[in-house]
Design a protein around this ligand. Sequence first.
Ligand SMILES: Cc1ncc(COP(=O)(O)O)c(C=O)c1O
Length: 408
Amino acid sequence: MSTAEATTRVPLILSDRINAMQESQTIAMAKKARAMAAEGVDVISLSFGEPDFQTPQYIKDAAKQALDEGYTFYTPVPGYLELRQAICDKFRRDNQLDYQPANIVVSTGAKQALANVVLSLVNPGDEVVVFSPYWVSYEEMVRLAEGVAVPLVGTLENEFKVTAAQLEAAITPRTRLIMYSSPCNPTGAVFSRQELAAIAEVVGRHPHVHVLADEIYEYINFVGEHVSLAQFEEVKERVITVNGFSKGYAMTGWRVGYLAARPEIAAACEKIQSQITSGTCSIAQRAALAALQGGRGSADEMVAAYRRRRDMVLDLVQDIPGFRTNVPSGAFYIFPDVSGYFGRATPAGPVIQTAADLALYLLHDAHVAAVDGSAFGAPNCIRFSTAAADEKLREAFIRIKDSLAKLG
Ligand SMILES: Cc1ncc(COP(=O)(O)O)c(C=O)c1O
């Protein structure tokens, strides 16, 4: 008997933990689009949250230099001291926040930083208030920690932003953590200073609650001011700020992110990381250091392009009846409410019942890949990434309009 045959006869029992976990919908849709493209279909993929820019040359050069200089050994678990120092300088320069290296943990992407925090703070049964629409992985991270995700839904009329009053009503004695991103993936909403001040006031009244502020899109901001919740003195100790290099420096594949937290929380995250992955890649850390030393100039150039594309896409979307959207203030997505199409029949017969049906219809009819909003806690919406070339975006929304016009 061959090994392959033997393997298929052994009953496989996966853990309850993994059976309960959903595959990332953004990655699932990207896979479908790739499979269609491999069959020769001209698919325009707007499903992935990835800058279409190359990493700036000076950062690539630093990586090459790191190899030549022999940065090939295990790294300290929380990251090279020099990089953590540069991250502290960045917090001081951009966010007026005073941290020391003991507050900082560098991780394999912001994703690992977020997971480290959730696993460090959440006990089974603890409630985690997740501002909704939310980034796909938040809910699964909470589930992995056996916590209970409590989505708190912002309305389209308020740019999908959760208000301080909503938050006050949602906090219970079991609430352990609050999670949100600003600028937000998927809505592009950016909390103002006033809104965060009101949220800080609520959190200040509940000393058992911590907040995980995901600021990975900090630099991709079209309104100007980025405010960190940790800037509010009354809550600073209980705010964990996560950021990284993937979006602002177009470094998705390098996998470097970081967090800033009080030293006990940073030490807890370091402990988890020491048992699961160790310190992140030596070469990528040296590249990240060069990125920070270069300031944010390259990010500003990319932001100008993202802004132009946002405006272009909003113009195109205005021409599509039944797409209701906010004006994103940051990040690179648009997130229209498409519920106006529910109940309409496709040319082949089946009726569109959900945003998932509509996303699949657009994939097969318009050959445009987007992600169903239910993955983000918003089942009436679809997320389109605007991180694609101008002509691709224009073509995609023309095709979408034509396909939607065929619905009965
Ligand atoms: C809101 C948000 N947080 C975190 C991440 C993860 O970033 P990284 O690539 O650094 O792991 C993403 C990536 O899409 C994101 O959109």
